[in-house]
Design a protein around this ligand. Structure first.
Ligand SMILES: Nc1ncnc2c1ncn2[C@@H]1O[C@H](COP(=O)(O)OP(=O)(O)O)[C@@H](O)[C@H]1O
Ligand SMILES: [Mg+2]
Length: 328
């Protein structure tokens, strides 16, 4: 559905060139929900704007929904839906009008657009709001209206730029349900950007991690977590004198990192902790070592990001206080 090779964009600014995207390769299959995960300024919006023909790549090529990005941008545009980062619905227009106007731009007939719009309003829990002014809608309602607008011409491929930034946790969870519905009920392919780890984890079949304009990892949420960080096994000793022996036994687990010791606590990272735990406990028991506690901690996507980039994506992340950062 999307195949991009070497996609790059350099912005010319007064203070010099900004390499916002530095050669991105990506493939998205039909029916996938793929997330572009990265911190503010990573190049997510720039990539999305290139793939949607809104911005000319400096280098690279892509086919999007079966059409060549450079040779046939008109066909790309007709086949996709795009919901911009900040939301495009304006203040004074009526919600329903806004959606129908958008469909007219795509050559959809007014009666068809109205009928489809009414259905989408219902599906996205906007029923009763057709004649309301956009300015009087709540943040969550406006974001869902943006999504109706992106879908009104029934695109096979939908691009969503930070669909839930600025929404409260409940509105975010609702929107996730709707995005899944797009795929499950309409068979749409969804490509979305996010800087929320939980969003990428909960919603996406596959994640592309982008940092400084380059893809640094990709895979399903599970694959990423397993490949990059492994599980942490935390063993707390009953007897302080056992700590060194516990660490020595833990170090012999298949694929184990060098264990770290902190007081009574021994921590070791292994590729798949759950399958090793029973054997580990038996080995410790055979040595007559008693534990005060055992904990298995599954890796989070934040561990993944930290491992890949040395920085935490969680810095500044808070659904209650969304930050748009310096993204232009
Ligand atoms: N129009 C522009 N002119 C100059 N620099 C830009 C422009 N748009 C974005 N940038 C810069 O390009 C980089 C990537 O931005 P962007 O694609 O918006 O990132 P993201 O969407 O991941 O937050 C950032 O350093 C940003 O400041
Ligand atoms: Mg952005």
């Amino acid at each position: 559905m999307i195949h991009a090779r070497g996609l790059a964009r350099t912005y010319k600014t007064r203070r010099g060139d900004v390499d916002a995207v530095r050669g991105v390769d990506l493939d998205v299959d039909a029916g996938e929900i793929v997330g572009f995960l990265g911190p503010n300024g990573a190049g997510k919006t720039t990539t999305l704007r290139m793939l949607t023909t809104l911005l000319r790549p400096t280098r690279g090529e892509a086919t999007v929904a079966g059409a060549d990005l450079r040779r046939d941008p008109g066909a790309v545009r007709r086949r996709i839906g795009y919901v911009a980062q900040s939301g495009s619905t304006s203040g004074e227009a009526r919600a329903g009008e806004e959606v129908v106007d958008h469909a007219l731009l795509y050559g959809v007939e007014r009666s068809v657009a109205t009928a489809r719009g009414r259905v989408l309003f219902e599906q996205l829990e906007l029923d009763g709001l057709w004649d309301r002014k956009c300015s009087s809608l709540s943040g969550g309602q406006r974001r869902r209206l943006d999504i109706v607008t992106g879908l009104i011409h029934t695109p096979r491929l939908v691009f969503l730029d930070e669909p839930t930034t600025g929404l409260d946790p409940q509105a975010r969870a609702n929107l996730w349900t709707h995005v899944r519905g797009l795929r499950d009920e309409r068979g749409s392919t969804v490509f979305l950007t996010t800087h929320y780890l939980d969003e990428a984890d909960a919603l996406c079949d596959r994640i592309l991690v982008i940092d400084h304009g380059q893809i640094v990892a990709q895979g399903s949420p599970e694959e990423l977590k397993q490949r990059v960080s492994g599980d942490a096994v935390l063993l707390s000793a009953s007897q302080p004198t056992d700590v060194a022996r516990i660490a020595a036994i833990a170090a012999q687990l298949p694929g184990a990192d060098v264990p770290t010791v902190d007081g009574h606590l021994v921590e070791v990272r292994v590729p798949a902790g759950r399958t090793l735990l029973a054997g580990l406990l038996r080995s410790l028991d055979a040595e007559g070592i008693e534990l005060a506690g055992v904990e298995l901690r599954r890796p989070t996507l934040d561990d993944v990001f930290l491992t890949l980039t040395g920085r935490s994506l969680r810095d500044g992340e808070s659904p209650a206080q969304p930050s748009e950062g310096a993204a232009a």
